[in-house]
Design a protein around this ligand. Structure first.
Ligand SMILES: *Cc1c(COP(=O)(O)O)cnc(C)c1O
Length: 370
């Protein structure tokens, strides 16, 4: 049925806040049927850049000199490598020549960019001296060092990696693909500061402060915005990316740029409540429990939600849901609006952390209909 294949709002009762199959971060965006000053400079009346406004906002929010937006983080990495390193070497730790999922494989992206991979170190341990040797090898022509955050897995045990701070002293620009889009480890947009489950997640501001020349990240992971990729860092490098012919092929449309500008403005206002992802991620457990009890159907249970989308692998967010006996996920998914739930121990569990409170009555009604 085509109707069921059409994109439509769904209720995410899985407890996975950034659910890849459900479009990662939920965004709210209203746009009237009007033209936009997409490439018109309202001050001069001349042709403008679609990137300028939102780029300025994202640069400010992440402490970068400049920023630009592309279609997703995979395009961001591809464009950075093509614009800054085509025909030259890019040094990557063997522990970071990874596949992030959905076909994003560092060696393949590198090959497509026209840069060549110079891999150093070993899978579990790479030291500054390994990078240094590669950068200084006679005739090596190294353009960049690339650091890739191993978003969705962890290497444990006898491991060692080199920090951006150490890499920044090698004499070539360091590009850090931080993936998740956490803007600032201090989370100034949250009244209670960073939640404990966020520990260890690299943030754009601190990575740039540590000496990275450029960071790349997704718009729809911890940033909580629409699907996009952000390139932020030193102005001349961001400008070189914007001038590259590939930039045209990976440029986002006005809807995405406007939605992202809304999110960036919320960060600059320090208003985490205006960003659905952060609102959901930081709802107190007591508030979720009260909502679960108010549903009046099913048994109220403690659950464990996760950030998802490879952000903070292993991170757990205490949550609350309701459980009904038996497997009803198909019926719930086919209800209108679709409700996506999970089965555990022959019980259907609906986690409320990623559910908008205004949808609670829809969940109660669907459970009563079962
Ligand atoms: C998620 C992720 C990507 C891919 O980002 P998309 O926005 O899905 O293209 C690349 N690198 C890292 C480190 C990631 O976490």
């Amino acid at each position: 049925m085509i109707a069921k294949a059409l994109l439509q709002p769904v209720i995410n009762a899985t407890g996975v806040l950034l659910h890849t199959n459900l479009g990662r971060a939920p965004i709210e965006f209203h746009h009237p049927a009007r033209y936009q000053n997409l490439e018109l400079d309202l001050v001069t009346g001349a042709r403008g850049s679609r990137q300028r406004g939102v780029g300025e906002l994202l640069a400010r929010a992440s402490g970068a000199e400049a920023a630009m937006v592309v279609n997703n983080n995979a395009s961001a990495v591809l464009l950075v490598l093509a614009a800054l390193a085509r025909g030259r070497g890019v040094v990557v730790s063997r522990g970071e020549a990874v596949e992030i999922g959905g076909g994003f494989r560092v060696p393949e992206v590198m090959a497509e960019s026209g840069a060549h991979l110079v891999d150093v170190g070993t899978t579990n341990r790479t030291r500054r001296a390994d990078y240094e040797r590669a950068v200084n090898a006679p005739g090596s022509e190294v353009a960049l060092v690339l650091k890739v955050h191993p978003s969705n897995y962890r290497v444990e045990g006898f491991t060692e990696s080199t920090s951006v701070k150490e890499l920044a002293t090698l004499g070539v620009p360091v590009v850090a693909d931080i993936g998740s889009g956490l803007l600032d480890a201090a989370c100034p947009w949250l009244t209670d500061g960073p939640p404990t489950w966020l520990a260890g997640e690299p943030a754009a501001r601190q990575t740039l402060e540590a000496g990275a020349s450029v960071v790349t990240f997704s718009g729809d992971k911890l940033l909580g915005g629409p699907q996009a990729g952000i390139i932020a860092g030193r102005r001349e490098l961001v400008d070189a990316c914007a001038r590259h012919p590939l930039a045209r092929a990976v440029r986002p449309g006005g809807l995405v740029l406007a939605a992202l500008a809304d999110v960036a403005l919320a960060y600059l206002r320090r208003d985490g409540e205006a960003i659905a992802f952060w609102r959901m991620a930081t709802t107190p457990v007591a508030a979720l429990r009260a909502r679960a009890e108010a549903l009046g159907v099913g048994a109220v249970i403690d659950t464990v939600a996760v950030p998802g989308a490879g952000s903070g692998p292993g991170a757990e967010i205490p949550s609350v849901g309701v459980a009904v006996s038996g497997d009803h996920v198909d019926a719930l998914r086919l209800s209108s609006p679709p409700i996506i739930a999970r089965v555990r121990d022959d019980m259907t569990v609906l986690d409320l952390r990623a559910v908008d409170p205004t949808d609670d009555h829809l969940i109660a009604a669907a459970l009563r209909r079962l």
